[in-house]
Ligand binder design. Structure first.
Ligand SMILES: [Zn+2]
Length: 135
């Protein structure tokens, strides 16, 4: 077993592993409260990292924040005042649930499909396939 395999084994035996430990950084929201709205200015970067569409992430945030959201070019306009910390908690939970594989903790997943309120996660790194509650 080489060093990398040992490392992977050690990681796979940890009950909960944060993304940072496998060298993947969840992007931090670059947001600004303007009047009664919150502008999320780096949605493109977040979507790129997640390899999801910004529409998809907007849909998730709409539900989680219980606020209408519109996409204005590269900016997500949230119709509520959301502080950056709260926004980052939601973004982190999106990555934890819908991007990072629960088996190998790598971010190399895609959606296999949605059915009856569940989304199928398929991991390209380890081949895991499981469903999580959709949004
Ligand atoms: Zn995996």
């Amino acid at each position: 077993m080489n060093y990398e395999q040992l490392l992977n084994k050690a990681f796979s035996e940890l009950p909960t592993l944060s993304a940072e430990k496998v060298d993947f950084e969840i992007p931090v929201a670059d947001s600004l409260i303007q009047g009664s709205k919150t502008l999320l200015k780096n949605i493109d970067q977040i979507a790129d990292k997640a390899r999801r569409s910004k529409e998809d992430i907007a849909k998730y945030l709409t539900k989680e924040l219980a606020a209408p959201i519109s996409i204005n070019g590269a900016v997500l306009e949230i119709n509520a005042k959301i502080n950056a910390q709260n926004l980052n908690v939601k973004i982190k939970s999106y990555f934890d649930t819908y991007v990072i594989c629960k088996e190998c903790h790598k971010p190399d997943t895609h959606f296999g499909g949605r059915e009856r309120g569940y989304v199928t996660m398929i991991c390209e790194a380890c081949g895991a396939r499981y469903t999580v509650k959709s949004y």
